[in-house]
Design a protein around this ligand. Structure first.
Ligand code: GUN
Ligand code: FE
Length: 418
Protein backbone atom coordinates (compact mmCIF):
# COMPACT_ATOMS: atom_id res chain seq x y z
CA UNK A 1 0.00 0.00 0.00
CA UNK A 2 1.25 3.47 -0.91
CA UNK A 3 1.17 6.14 1.77
CA UNK A 4 2.89 9.52 2.19
CA UNK A 5 3.71 11.96 4.98
CA UNK A 6 3.73 15.61 3.96
CA UNK A 7 5.66 18.32 5.80
CA UNK A 8 9.11 19.85 6.23
CA UNK A 9 11.36 16.83 5.99
CA UNK A 10 14.89 16.93 7.43
CA UNK A 11 17.30 13.98 7.27
CA UNK A 12 20.85 13.51 8.59
CA UNK A 13 22.84 12.35 5.57
CA UNK A 14 26.39 12.72 6.92
CA UNK A 15 27.78 14.28 10.13
CA UNK A 16 28.01 17.56 8.20
CA UNK A 17 25.11 17.38 5.74
CA UNK A 18 21.38 17.73 6.24
CA UNK A 19 18.93 16.69 3.56
CA UNK A 20 16.33 19.49 3.72
CA UNK A 21 13.02 19.09 1.87
CA UNK A 22 10.55 21.94 2.49
CA UNK A 23 6.86 21.00 2.17
CA UNK A 24 7.64 17.65 0.58
CA UNK A 25 6.22 14.15 0.42
CA UNK A 26 7.89 11.20 2.12
CA UNK A 27 6.39 8.29 0.18
CA UNK A 28 6.19 4.77 1.63
CA UNK A 29 5.21 1.43 0.21
CA UNK A 30 4.06 -0.94 2.95
CA UNK A 31 5.94 1.21 5.45
CA UNK A 32 9.19 1.24 3.46
CA UNK A 33 10.71 4.45 2.13
CA UNK A 34 10.21 4.93 -1.62
CA UNK A 35 11.59 8.47 -1.79
CA UNK A 36 11.15 12.14 -0.96
CA UNK A 37 9.49 14.39 -3.57
CA UNK A 38 8.64 18.09 -3.71
CA UNK A 39 5.57 17.16 -5.80
CA UNK A 40 3.92 13.76 -5.77
CA UNK A 41 4.93 12.01 -9.06
CA UNK A 42 2.06 10.70 -11.21
CA UNK A 43 3.11 7.09 -10.68
CA UNK A 44 2.72 7.59 -6.90
CA UNK A 45 -0.43 9.67 -7.18
CA UNK A 46 -2.56 6.99 -5.51
CA UNK A 47 -0.66 7.37 -2.20
CA UNK A 48 -2.90 8.31 0.71
CA UNK A 49 -1.32 11.44 2.18
CA UNK A 50 -1.15 12.44 5.85
CA UNK A 51 -0.55 16.17 5.75
CA UNK A 52 1.34 17.51 8.77
CA UNK A 53 1.15 21.09 7.52
CA UNK A 54 4.14 23.23 8.48
CA UNK A 55 5.43 20.72 11.08
CA UNK A 56 8.92 19.15 10.96
CA UNK A 57 9.25 15.53 9.89
CA UNK A 58 12.51 14.24 11.35
CA UNK A 59 14.18 10.87 11.66
CA UNK A 60 13.20 9.36 14.98
CA UNK A 61 15.95 9.12 17.56
CA UNK A 62 18.49 6.41 18.34
CA UNK A 63 19.54 6.49 22.02
CA UNK A 64 22.68 4.41 21.93
CA UNK A 65 23.42 4.29 25.66
CA UNK A 66 21.07 4.10 28.60
CA UNK A 67 20.38 1.90 31.61
CA UNK A 68 16.78 0.60 31.76
CA UNK A 69 16.61 -0.07 35.50
CA UNK A 70 18.04 3.36 36.34
CA UNK A 71 15.16 5.32 34.77
CA UNK A 72 13.17 5.33 38.00
CA UNK A 73 15.72 7.50 39.85
CA UNK A 74 16.46 9.90 36.98
CA UNK A 75 17.03 13.43 38.30
CA UNK A 76 17.97 12.35 41.82
CA UNK A 77 21.27 11.37 43.41
CA UNK A 78 23.52 13.66 41.45
CA UNK A 79 25.92 14.53 44.24
CA UNK A 80 28.74 12.02 43.66
CA UNK A 81 31.30 11.07 41.05
CA UNK A 82 30.93 7.79 39.16
CA UNK A 83 32.29 5.09 41.47
CA UNK A 84 30.58 6.48 44.60
CA UNK A 85 27.40 7.15 42.61
CA UNK A 86 27.27 3.52 41.49
CA UNK A 87 27.51 2.31 45.11
CA UNK A 88 25.07 4.84 46.50
CA UNK A 89 22.34 4.89 43.83
CA UNK A 90 22.75 2.72 40.75
CA UNK A 91 23.50 -0.64 42.41
CA UNK A 92 20.75 -0.51 45.09
CA UNK A 93 18.20 0.46 42.42
CA UNK A 94 19.26 -2.21 39.94
CA UNK A 95 18.99 -4.85 42.70
CA UNK A 96 15.21 -4.31 42.76
CA UNK A 97 15.03 -5.85 39.27
CA UNK A 98 15.58 -9.29 40.76
CA UNK A 99 11.76 -9.18 41.02
CA UNK A 100 10.21 -9.77 37.56
CA UNK A 101 6.86 -8.23 38.54
CA UNK A 102 8.63 -5.05 39.61
CA UNK A 103 10.62 -5.04 36.38
CA UNK A 104 7.46 -5.50 34.30
CA UNK A 105 5.80 -2.45 35.84
CA UNK A 106 8.84 -0.19 35.47
CA UNK A 107 9.88 -1.33 32.00
CA UNK A 108 6.38 -0.84 30.61
CA UNK A 109 6.60 2.81 31.67
CA UNK A 110 10.08 3.17 30.19
CA UNK A 111 9.02 1.72 26.81
CA UNK A 112 6.03 4.08 26.69
CA UNK A 113 8.15 7.11 27.61
CA UNK A 114 10.84 6.30 25.05
CA UNK A 115 8.26 6.20 22.29
CA UNK A 116 6.61 9.38 23.57
CA UNK A 117 9.98 11.10 23.25
CA UNK A 118 10.41 9.90 19.69
CA UNK A 119 13.12 7.35 20.47
CA UNK A 120 12.48 4.23 18.38
CA UNK A 121 15.98 2.75 18.34
CA UNK A 122 18.04 1.96 21.43
CA UNK A 123 21.10 0.22 22.77
CA UNK A 124 20.34 -0.38 26.39
CA UNK A 125 21.83 -1.95 29.50
CA UNK A 126 19.44 -3.96 31.62
CA UNK A 127 20.52 -5.28 35.04
CA UNK A 128 22.33 -8.58 35.64
CA UNK A 129 18.98 -10.39 35.98
CA UNK A 130 18.26 -12.53 32.91
CA UNK A 131 14.50 -12.82 33.46
CA UNK A 132 14.00 -9.09 33.92
CA UNK A 133 16.17 -8.45 30.86
CA UNK A 134 13.78 -10.61 28.83
CA UNK A 135 10.88 -8.59 30.24
CA UNK A 136 12.57 -5.35 29.17
CA UNK A 137 13.02 -6.75 25.66
CA UNK A 138 9.39 -7.84 25.57
CA UNK A 139 8.07 -4.43 26.67
CA UNK A 140 10.24 -2.58 24.13
CA UNK A 141 9.15 -4.89 21.36
CA UNK A 142 5.47 -4.46 22.29
CA UNK A 143 5.86 -0.67 22.13
CA UNK A 144 7.66 -0.86 18.78
CA UNK A 145 11.08 0.20 20.09
CA UNK A 146 13.85 -1.62 18.21
CA UNK A 147 17.57 -2.21 18.76
CA UNK A 148 19.78 -4.01 21.26
CA UNK A 149 19.40 -4.83 24.95
CA UNK A 150 22.05 -6.44 27.11
CA UNK A 151 21.95 -8.50 30.27
CA UNK A 152 24.72 -6.94 32.34
CA UNK A 153 27.69 -9.12 33.34
CA UNK A 154 29.36 -8.29 36.66
CA UNK A 155 31.23 -10.83 38.79
CA UNK A 156 33.47 -8.61 40.94
CA UNK A 157 33.78 -5.17 42.53
CA UNK A 158 30.05 -5.15 43.08
CA UNK A 159 28.05 -5.38 46.32
CA UNK A 160 27.04 -8.92 47.35
CA UNK A 161 23.38 -8.18 46.59
CA UNK A 162 24.22 -7.32 42.95
CA UNK A 163 27.03 -9.67 41.99
CA UNK A 164 27.12 -12.94 40.09
CA UNK A 165 29.63 -15.73 40.49
CA UNK A 166 31.58 -16.24 37.28
CA UNK A 167 29.71 -19.51 36.70
CA UNK A 168 26.30 -17.91 37.22
CA UNK A 169 27.19 -15.09 34.90
CA UNK A 170 28.17 -17.50 32.12
CA UNK A 171 25.18 -19.79 32.62
CA UNK A 172 22.63 -16.99 32.81
CA UNK A 173 24.09 -15.26 29.76
CA UNK A 174 23.69 -18.46 27.73
CA UNK A 175 20.13 -19.00 28.99
CA UNK A 176 19.23 -15.39 28.22
CA UNK A 177 20.68 -15.68 24.69
CA UNK A 178 18.64 -18.83 24.07
CA UNK A 179 15.44 -17.21 25.25
CA UNK A 180 15.85 -14.01 23.26
CA UNK A 181 15.53 -15.87 20.00
CA UNK A 182 11.80 -15.18 20.19
CA UNK A 183 12.21 -11.44 19.65
CA UNK A 184 12.25 -9.83 16.23
CA UNK A 185 12.70 -6.10 16.90
CA UNK A 186 15.02 -6.30 19.90
CA UNK A 187 18.23 -8.27 19.74
CA UNK A 188 20.83 -9.23 22.37
CA UNK A 189 24.14 -7.41 22.86
CA UNK A 190 26.90 -8.65 25.17
CA UNK A 191 27.28 -6.23 28.07
CA UNK A 192 30.25 -6.49 30.40
CA UNK A 193 29.30 -3.56 32.67
CA UNK A 194 32.82 -2.12 32.52
CA UNK A 195 36.28 -3.59 32.94
CA UNK A 196 36.40 -3.21 36.76
CA UNK A 197 33.27 -5.32 37.26
CA UNK A 198 34.44 -8.36 35.26
CA UNK A 199 37.13 -10.95 36.02
CA UNK A 200 39.60 -12.07 33.38
CA UNK A 201 37.77 -15.39 33.20
CA UNK A 202 34.42 -13.72 32.47
CA UNK A 203 35.94 -11.39 29.86
CA UNK A 204 37.60 -14.38 28.19
CA UNK A 205 34.24 -16.17 28.07
CA UNK A 206 32.46 -13.12 26.62
CA UNK A 207 35.15 -12.59 23.97
CA UNK A 208 34.81 -16.22 22.84
CA UNK A 209 31.04 -16.00 22.82
CA UNK A 210 31.18 -12.84 20.72
CA UNK A 211 33.44 -14.52 18.19
CA UNK A 212 31.42 -17.76 18.06
CA UNK A 213 28.02 -16.10 17.67
CA UNK A 214 29.04 -12.87 15.95
CA UNK A 215 27.41 -10.77 18.68
CA UNK A 216 27.78 -7.01 19.22
CA UNK A 217 29.19 -5.66 22.49
CA UNK A 218 28.55 -2.56 24.61
CA UNK A 219 30.43 -1.26 27.62
CA UNK A 220 31.94 1.87 29.20
CA UNK A 221 35.36 3.34 28.44
CA UNK A 222 37.43 6.14 30.01
CA UNK A 223 34.49 7.93 31.59
CA UNK A 224 36.06 9.11 34.82
CA UNK A 225 39.59 9.54 36.22
CA UNK A 226 38.93 7.40 39.33
CA UNK A 227 37.61 4.61 37.11
CA UNK A 228 40.66 4.81 34.82
CA UNK A 229 43.01 4.56 37.84
CA UNK A 230 41.10 1.50 39.08
CA UNK A 231 41.39 -0.19 35.68
CA UNK A 232 45.14 0.48 35.78
CA UNK A 233 45.38 -1.35 39.13
CA UNK A 234 43.18 -4.26 38.10
CA UNK A 235 44.79 -4.84 34.70
CA UNK A 236 48.49 -3.95 35.17
CA UNK A 237 49.42 -5.64 31.91
CA UNK A 238 47.26 -3.23 29.88
CA UNK A 239 48.94 0.18 29.39
CA UNK A 240 45.59 1.78 28.49
CA UNK A 241 41.96 1.12 29.36
CA UNK A 242 40.89 0.15 25.81
CA UNK A 243 43.54 -2.57 25.77
CA UNK A 244 41.56 -4.52 28.38
CA UNK A 245 38.61 -4.88 26.00
CA UNK A 246 40.93 -5.41 23.05
CA UNK A 247 42.84 -8.17 24.84
CA UNK A 248 39.63 -10.19 25.15
CA UNK A 249 38.37 -9.53 21.60
CA UNK A 250 35.75 -7.02 22.72
CA UNK A 251 36.88 -3.98 20.74
CA UNK A 252 35.85 -3.85 17.10
CA UNK A 253 33.37 -2.34 14.67
CA UNK A 254 30.46 -4.08 16.38
CA UNK A 255 31.33 -2.46 19.70
CA UNK A 256 29.76 0.56 21.40
CA UNK A 257 31.84 2.27 24.07
CA UNK A 258 30.01 4.79 26.22
CA UNK A 259 31.76 8.06 27.10
CA UNK A 260 35.45 8.00 26.01
CA UNK A 261 35.72 11.39 27.78
CA UNK A 262 39.36 10.95 28.75
CA UNK A 263 40.57 8.95 25.76
CA UNK A 264 43.90 10.47 24.71
CA UNK A 265 45.31 10.57 21.17
CA UNK A 266 46.57 6.98 21.42
CA UNK A 267 43.29 5.56 22.72
CA UNK A 268 41.35 7.59 20.15
CA UNK A 269 43.59 6.25 17.37
CA UNK A 270 42.75 2.71 18.52
CA UNK A 271 39.03 3.52 18.55
CA UNK A 272 39.28 4.88 15.00
CA UNK A 273 41.42 2.01 13.74
CA UNK A 274 39.15 -0.68 15.18
CA UNK A 275 35.99 1.12 14.01
CA UNK A 276 34.60 1.14 17.57
CA UNK A 277 31.55 3.42 17.99
CA UNK A 278 31.94 5.84 20.92
CA UNK A 279 28.73 7.04 22.57
CA UNK A 280 28.78 10.61 23.83
CA UNK A 281 26.59 11.23 26.90
CA UNK A 282 26.82 14.94 27.69
CA UNK A 283 24.19 15.10 30.43
CA UNK A 284 25.74 12.23 32.36
CA UNK A 285 29.25 13.64 31.98
CA UNK A 286 27.94 16.83 33.55
CA UNK A 287 25.93 15.20 36.36
CA UNK A 288 28.68 12.82 37.44
CA UNK A 289 31.35 15.50 36.87
CA UNK A 290 33.22 13.14 34.59
CA UNK A 291 34.60 15.77 32.21
CA UNK A 292 33.80 17.33 28.85
CA UNK A 293 34.35 15.04 25.91
CA UNK A 294 36.30 16.27 22.84
CA UNK A 295 33.50 15.23 20.49
CA UNK A 296 34.28 17.72 17.72
CA UNK A 297 37.85 16.38 17.61
CA UNK A 298 36.54 12.80 17.53
CA UNK A 299 34.33 13.65 14.56
CA UNK A 300 37.27 15.30 12.79
CA UNK A 301 39.09 12.00 13.29
CA UNK A 302 36.13 10.33 11.55
CA UNK A 303 35.08 8.40 14.60
CA UNK A 304 31.52 7.11 14.41
CA UNK A 305 30.24 8.91 17.48
CA UNK A 306 26.64 8.30 18.57
CA UNK A 307 24.64 10.04 21.30
CA UNK A 308 23.23 8.47 24.45
CA UNK A 309 21.04 9.76 27.24
CA UNK A 310 22.89 7.54 29.73
CA UNK A 311 19.83 7.54 31.93
CA UNK A 312 20.25 7.89 34.84
CA UNK A 313 23.71 9.33 35.05
CA UNK A 314 22.00 11.58 32.48
CA UNK A 315 18.93 13.53 33.49
CA UNK A 316 16.71 13.35 30.42
CA UNK A 317 15.23 10.67 28.18
CA UNK A 318 14.68 13.30 25.47
CA UNK A 319 17.10 13.00 22.59
CA UNK A 320 16.16 16.56 21.58
CA UNK A 321 17.56 17.71 24.90
CA UNK A 322 20.45 15.31 24.54
CA UNK A 323 21.34 17.01 21.25
CA UNK A 324 21.14 20.45 22.89
CA UNK A 325 23.18 19.22 25.87
CA UNK A 326 25.89 17.91 23.55
CA UNK A 327 26.10 21.28 21.78
CA UNK A 328 26.18 23.14 25.12
CA UNK A 329 28.89 20.89 26.53
CA UNK A 330 31.00 21.29 23.40
CA UNK A 331 30.78 25.06 23.81
CA UNK A 332 31.84 24.82 27.45
CA UNK A 333 34.89 22.93 26.24
CA UNK A 334 35.44 25.57 23.56
CA UNK A 335 35.16 28.34 26.17
CA UNK A 336 37.58 26.69 28.56
CA UNK A 337 40.11 26.11 25.80
CA UNK A 338 39.35 29.34 23.92
CA UNK A 339 38.94 27.15 20.85
CA UNK A 340 35.81 27.73 18.76
CA UNK A 341 36.46 24.56 16.77
CA UNK A 342 35.26 22.53 19.78
CA UNK A 343 31.66 23.62 19.17
CA UNK A 344 29.35 21.02 17.65
CA UNK A 345 26.96 22.04 14.87
CA UNK A 346 23.30 21.11 14.69
CA UNK A 347 24.18 18.94 11.69
CA UNK A 348 26.59 16.95 13.86
CA UNK A 349 24.24 16.73 16.85
CA UNK A 350 21.28 15.56 14.73
CA UNK A 351 23.42 13.03 12.85
CA UNK A 352 24.80 11.58 16.11
CA UNK A 353 21.26 11.40 17.59
CA UNK A 354 19.82 9.55 14.59
CA UNK A 355 21.84 8.21 11.66
CA UNK A 356 24.97 7.31 13.65
CA UNK A 357 22.87 4.90 15.71
CA UNK A 358 21.15 3.53 12.61
CA UNK A 359 24.55 2.76 11.10
CA UNK A 360 25.54 0.77 14.20
CA UNK A 361 22.25 -1.14 13.85
CA UNK A 362 23.18 -2.06 10.26
CA UNK A 363 21.01 0.54 8.50
CA UNK A 364 21.83 3.50 6.26
CA UNK A 365 21.84 7.20 7.20
CA UNK A 366 18.82 9.37 6.46
CA UNK A 367 15.42 8.25 5.15
CA UNK A 368 17.04 5.59 3.07
CA UNK A 369 15.17 3.96 0.19
CA UNK A 370 13.85 0.50 0.99
CA UNK A 371 14.12 0.86 4.78
CA UNK A 372 11.13 0.71 7.11
CA UNK A 373 10.24 4.20 8.26
CA UNK A 374 11.52 5.51 11.60
CA UNK A 375 10.28 9.07 11.92
CA UNK A 376 8.93 11.66 14.30
CA UNK A 377 6.65 14.60 13.55
CA UNK A 378 7.59 17.64 15.61
CA UNK A 379 5.24 20.56 15.83
CA UNK A 380 7.02 23.87 16.37
CA UNK A 381 4.26 25.99 14.85
CA UNK A 382 3.46 27.62 18.23
CA UNK A 383 6.93 29.23 18.26
CA UNK A 384 7.54 32.67 16.75
CA UNK A 385 7.46 32.75 12.96
CA UNK A 386 10.71 34.67 12.62
CA UNK A 387 11.28 36.35 9.28
CA UNK A 388 13.51 34.25 7.02
CA UNK A 389 14.04 31.49 9.60
CA UNK A 390 15.40 28.44 7.81
CA UNK A 391 14.53 24.81 8.42
CA UNK A 392 18.08 24.31 9.67
CA UNK A 393 17.52 26.98 12.29
CA UNK A 394 14.15 25.48 13.20
CA UNK A 395 15.91 22.16 13.81
CA UNK A 396 18.42 23.83 16.15
CA UNK A 397 15.60 25.64 17.94
CA UNK A 398 13.68 22.39 18.25
CA UNK A 399 16.62 20.83 20.11
CA UNK A 400 16.60 23.66 22.64
CA UNK A 401 12.89 24.37 22.93
CA UNK A 402 10.79 21.31 22.11
CA UNK A 403 10.14 18.11 24.00
CA UNK A 404 7.70 15.20 24.09
CA UNK A 405 4.73 17.60 24.35
CA UNK A 406 5.41 18.71 20.79
CA UNK A 407 5.65 15.29 19.18
CA UNK A 408 2.57 14.77 17.02
CA UNK A 409 3.37 11.35 15.61
CA UNK A 410 5.97 8.62 15.92
CA UNK A 411 6.63 5.96 13.29
CA UNK A 412 8.70 2.86 13.94
CA UNK A 413 9.31 -0.04 11.56
CA UNK A 414 6.95 1.58 9.08
CA UNK A 415 4.03 1.70 11.51
CA UNK A 416 2.55 4.73 13.24
CA UNK A 417 2.89 3.98 16.96
CA UNK A 418 1.79 7.28 18.47
N1 GUN B 1 30.14 2.59 34.48
C1 GUN B 1 29.78 1.39 34.97
N2 GUN B 1 28.46 1.34 35.25
C2 GUN B 1 27.97 2.55 34.94
C3 GUN B 1 26.65 3.11 34.99
O1 GUN B 1 25.69 2.48 35.40
N3 GUN B 1 26.55 4.40 34.57
C4 GUN B 1 27.60 5.11 34.10
N4 GUN B 1 27.41 6.37 33.70
N5 GUN B 1 28.84 4.61 34.04
C5 GUN B 1 29.01 3.34 34.45
FE1 FE C 1 26.28 4.22 31.33
Amino acid sequence: MLTALKGNIIEALTPDTLGIHPHSYLVLEDGRVVGIYPVLPDALGSASVTDYGDALILQSFADMHLHGPQYEFMGTGMDRPLLQWLEAYAFPTEARYADPAYAREKYRILARDLLQNGTTQVCMFSSLHADSTLILMEELEKAGVTGYVGKVNMDRNAPPYLCETTEESKKETLRWLDECKRFTLVKPILTPRFAPSCTDELLTFLGKLKAERNLPVQSHLSENLGEIALVGQLFPDCPQYWEVYDKYGLFDSKTLMAHCVHSDARERAAIAMRGVHPVHCASSNNSLMSGISPVADMLREEQQVCLGSDVSGGTTLSMLHTMANSISASKDRGSLQQDASQALSIEQAYYMATSAGKVFLGLKPGFSEGELLHAVVLDDTHLPKLPNITLRERLLRAAYRLDDRHIRAVYSEGIRRL
